[in-house]
Write a protein that binds this ligand. Structure first.
Ligand code: NAI
Length: 330
């Protein structure tokens, strides 16, 4: 029997893991996130299933290794929260789910775009109050407008097809352009100058942190719409707030936020947010900003794939096969 400890459990995770778990596996679900201070609960487990906000630093890894854990199976693509070097030192295998549903994310970006441009968030609230006035709801046609796409990987390419379906002109920036992509590549500077809307679909790296800053915003068209379903820190939040206040930026649809850890995925409706979250509070209060809490991946198809791949990673390890989705220290 493979004994598995599952952390940061949400009901939507449990549904799919319960469906795919086999008779040779026993999952114990913990609602808490895994941290150094609660690592002792891993005693007696062979495998830990963790998510993006579990704290798998060197101290946690040392502690769980001492308790006999042999594998960390991440149910995410990203692994920046795991000290891979320490895991290798302690002979703990780390695996991840490299891709789940690029359609889920591209379609959520489209939802944010349409809701922002056609002010659906306002209409929804108004008609619930039987206010059928149209004042203040004027949008614009997407057809014929220019969409700038940053990052033309799996998600970016699907989003390009969707935008073309709307009759938009699409331009893109990617330091590693695809030879066969039917789309004009331009520099990021040119993309900022020429786009009515910009959508981000690239990973966060040291080089592109805060690529949306005072300087690049100055370069953008007046009234530009920004959509970010990628990583929060691509956008310097104080610059975004300034751009919205000056009306340089017409609207923003954000699924990710620079300092989302500890907030997104949690119910904070009864909490009073402290000064560290002031910019987010001000952004959420703006009529032309829509924030979703890192929800773009959240479809049945993606959750199914996450459960299936995570459990198959564990089975590869337990049965002595090569763990194809293993993350190695370089
Ligand atoms: P991918 O690896 O298929 O494509 C990424 C693309 O970005 C590649 O073409 C790469 O050349 C390009 N790129 C790398 N550095 C760049 C830079 N500095 N500027 C512009 N382009 C750059 O990745 P995929 O699957 O398309 O995912 C894209 C991003 O979407 C992920 O890195 C992640 O941050 C985000 N994501 C968000 C989710 C959500 O729920 N909001 C879920 C899954 C992914």
């Amino acid at each position: 029997m493979t004994k598995i400890a599952f952390f940061d459990t949400k009901e939507y995770d449990k549904k799919w893991f319960d469906k795919y778990v086999s008779d040779d596996e026993e999952i114990t679900y913990f609602e808490s996130r895994l941290k150094t201070r609660n690592a002792q609960v891993c005693q007696g487990f062979d495998v830990v299933i963790a998510f993006v906000n579990d704290e798998l630093n060197a101290d946690t890894i040392d502690a769980i290794a001492d308790m006999g854990v042999k594998m960390i199976a991440l149910r995410s693509a990203g692994f920046n929260n795991v000290d891979i070097k320490e895991a290798t030192k302690k002979n703990i295998i780390v695996a991840r789910v490299p891709a789940y549903s690029p359609y889920a994310v591209a379609e959520h970006a489209t939802a944010l775009l349409l809701a922002s441009v056609r002010k659906l968030h306002h209409s929804y609230v108004r008609t619930r109050e039987f206010n059928f006035s149209l004042n203040g709801l004027v949008g614009f046609d997407l057809h014929g407008k220019t969409m700038g796409i940053v990052g033309t990987g799996k998600i970016g390419c699907i989003f390009i097809d969707i935008c073309k379906g709307f009759g938009m002109k699409v331009i893109a920036y990617d330091p590693y352009p695809k030879a066969d992509l039917d789309c004009e590549y331009v520099s990021f500077e040119e993309l900022c100058k020429s786009s009515d809307m910009i959508s981000f679909h690239c990973p966060l790296t040291k080089e592109n942190k805060h690529m949306v800053n005072d300087e690049s915003i100055k370069n953008m068209k007046d009234g530009v719409v920004l959509i970010n379903t990628s990583r929060g820190a691509l956008v310097k939040s104080s610059a975004l707030l300034k751009g919205l206040r000056s009306k340089k930026i017409g609207a923003a649809g954000l699924d990710v936020y620079e300092e989302e850890a500890g907030l997104f995925f949690e119910d904070k409706s009864n909490a009073i947010l402290d000064h560290e979250n002031e910019i987010l509070t001000l952004l959420i209060a703006m009529p032309n900003v829509i924030v979703t809490s890192h929800q773009a991946f959240l479809t049945e198809e993606a959750l199914q794939k996450i459960a299936d791949t995570t459990l198959n990673n564990i089975r590869d390890f337990v049965n002595g096969r090569e763990v194809v989705n293993r993350v190695q220290h370089d």
